[in-house]
Design a binder for this molecule. Structure first.
Ligand code: PGA
Length: 251
């Protein structure tokens, strides 16, 4: 499996800014990317096409989307269907990101529905899970992860091609705070996620990628990537500048 470096740009960048950043990243990384690594950019919907154009022909670069609505089409004002994303060259989309859970109010059932629908529609999916600080302090990390993973994957076919599904462990208290989880916390959470995946998917669980997200920076990326059961990173703040993100990708 390829180690995945995913750039979640959230609600940042106009179309022109996104094109420039994506082209800048390709220029900085091309020819230097280590074998077995791939890079994904997840811009806002409005910048998918310029980013797709900037990535055209760039080896081991993928286009991702941050969200979609789990219906083929219809009267869903303001929403975007998986088929519309595939049409623009999107390969993967996020589900269950903490900002969608905690700011936009998506619950476990919705996340599960979206994950299954996205996969069924032909998108790859990165299902994000992670505990809030109060839950960690209350000793509930595994309980929260188990609940989110079981609900998130409830309707996903057990024979899904493993390269199409990733789990991102993103402790909510580490997102955008500069507070990175320590190696022990990452190792424990990722080992737990792997055990859950083995329970749900059997042997193919070893081929499912588990990403870490939460204040990944150029100076901590190589240490995080080297940890057991860490198959990539999902990066927010430090992915916005091409130069900074290139140092993570090349770490
Ligand atoms: P951060 O965000 O890198 O800014 O902490 C990570 C994420 O939300 O995916």
């Amino acid at each position: 499996m390829n180690t995945l470096f995913a750039a979640n740009w959230k609600m940042h960048k106009t179309a022109a800014e996104a094109r420039q950043s994506a082209a800048g990243l390709v220029a900085l990384v091309s020819g230097k990317l280590r074998p077995g690594r791939e890079v994904m950019i997840l811009p806002p919907f409005t910048a998918l096409t310029p980013v797709a154009e900037a990535l055209r022909g760039a080896k081991n670069f993928l286009l991702g989307a941050q969200n979609f609505y789990p219906q083929k089409q219809g009267a869903f004002t303001g929403e975007v269907a998986p088929g519309m994303l595939l049409d623009l060259g999107v390969a993967f989309a996020l589900t269950g990101h903490s900002e969608r859970r905690h700011v936009l109010g998506e619950n476990d059932a919705v996340v599960g529905q979206k994950t299954a629908f996205g996969l069924e529609s032909g998108l790859g999916v990165i299902l994000c899970v992670g505990e809030q600080l109060a839950e960690r302090k209350a000793g509930q990390v595994e309980a929260v992860l188990e609940r989110q993973i079981r609900a998130g994957l409830r309707e996903v076919p057990r024979d899904i091609a493993p390269e199409r599904l990733c789990i991102a462990y993103e402790p909510v208290w580490a997102i955008g705070t500069g507070e990175v989880a320590g190696p022990k916390e990452i190792l424990e959470a990722h080992a737990f996620v792997r055990r859950m995946l083995v329970d749900l998917f059997g042997v193919s669980a070893s081929e499912l990628r588990i990403l870490y997200g939460g204040s990944v920076k150029p100076d901590n990326a190589s240490e995080i990537i080297a940890l057991d059961n860490v198959d990539g990173v999902l990066v927010g703040g430090a992915s916005l500048k091409a130069d900074e993100f290139s140092r993570i990708v090349l770490a």
